[in-house]
Design a protein around this ligand. Structure first.
Ligand code: TUI
Length: 332
């Protein structure tokens, strides 16, 4: 399919094809409502929420905005089915889901509400096709530049690949923080973009101020990937926690069988509670400061409305630049 930002906006009932990533401990009702009020699609991150807390967060968002918003569920979450029931009961209009195979959950949601829009995160071409076959309304092609739990492929390869494999709209994610990234994503075949890290450094985001400062301060090589040894790669800002974690990872790769499984559990336990420590307590040394490579491009904390307006304005500017480049290419 030809990419079509207008069509994506129609499907999601939004003004701009800009979606805010549904980040656990970060994407609260306040942030989601601010993004939706600014014309994008705000998403509540349910990753840290028991089902009844999610219900109250959805109700809070409804009080803060009349516009549509979504909820993200992490498919690794043992509570996922109860969270999906709350989402159906509260009549949420959009669900994004990542960190697992979405097929059965797309079907479950569509059976409960045939109007609901379901948008899985896909790290590979194969999963994008499978999601489309199972009824997804769009897919988020998230490159390895993104923060948190990630796949292996870069946004530059994944977005055109997925765009050529599916006919539903593709939303690009991973490494995008500004108007240039937005224009590049559309050039690669996407109809819209999802931004996480950029929205953490917003005035409305309720994370601890130290987290926002860490993103602003981060330079190009300050995010690293932990968890490859246990097949749970996760991009975070390097700190004391990641140094200790990586030391443990060096030991684990030499192990096999039961010894490996025990060490794996120990490593998982070592990471429990670390995201909350960073996002709520502001502990930038012992916490897990999940952020994407785009942190290197982010130098200020802005209101959500200004983030979205700046992206759209910059995008228009770069599209003009590109038309000059187009002429130059035609002359070669
Ligand atoms: O889910 C995310 N980002 C997240 S989730 C999270 S909480 C967490 N923290 C540490 C370890 C695990 C979870 C923090 N950040 N993004 C969406 C995403 N989905 N990225 C990668 C994937 C993905 C990976 C494999 C989606 C599907 C998949 O399929 C495997 C399969 O089962 O076929």
């Amino acid at each position: 399919m030809q990419n079509n930002p207008g069509r994506l906006c129609e499907i999601l009932k939004i003004d701009y094809p800009i979606i805010q990533g549904g980040m656990a401990w970060v994407s609260t009702a306040e942030l989601a409502a601010a993004v939706s009020n600014a014309g994008g699609l705000g998403i509540i991150g349910s990753g840290n929420m028991p089902p009844e807390i999610l219900r109250s967060e959805i109700r809070k968002a409804r009080e803060l905005t009349k516009k549509p918003f979504g909820v993200n569920v992490i498919l690794l979450n043992p509570d996922v089915d109860r969270l999906l029931e709350v989402i159906l009961e509260e009549n949420v209009s959009v669900v994004t889901m990542g960190a697992g195979d979405p097929a059965s959950r797309i079907k479950f949601l569509k059976q409960g509400n045939n109007e609901i829009k379901v948008i899985p995160v896909v790290p590979t071409g194969a999963l994008a096709r499978r999601a489309e076959r199972n009824g997804a309304d769009a897919v988020i092609a998230e490159g390895t530049e993104a923060g948190g739990h990630i796949g292996d492929l870069s946004t530059m390869v994944l977005v055109p690949l997925v765009s050529s494999l599916v006919s539903i709209p593709v939303i690009a994610a991973g490494g995008i923080a500004d108007g240039r990234g937005f224009v590049a994503a559309l050039a690669l075949g996407a109809s819209g973009v999802q931004l996480g890290t950029r929205f953490i450094a917003s005035e409305e985001c309720t994370v601890h101020p130290n987290y926002k400062e860490a993103i602003i301060k981060a330079r190009d090589r300050d995010t690293i990937v932990t968890g490859r040894s246990i097949n749970l790669p996760c991009r975070v800002i390097r700190n004391e926690f990641t140094r200790e974690y990586q030391k443990k990872e060096k030991e684990i790769i030499l192990l096999e069988g039961e010894e490996f499984q025990n060490a794996r559990l120990e490593l998982e336990e070592y990471a429990i509670g670390r995201l909350r420590l960073a996002a709520k307590e502001g502990d930038m040394e012992q916490g897990s400061v999940m952020a994407g490579q785009s942190a290197a491009l982010i130098n200020d904390i802005k209101p959500v409305k200004q983030i979205i307006n700046d992206i759209m304005e910059e995008a228009q500017k770069y599209f003009k630049k590109i038309s000059h480049l187009g002429e130059a290419i035609l002359e070669i």
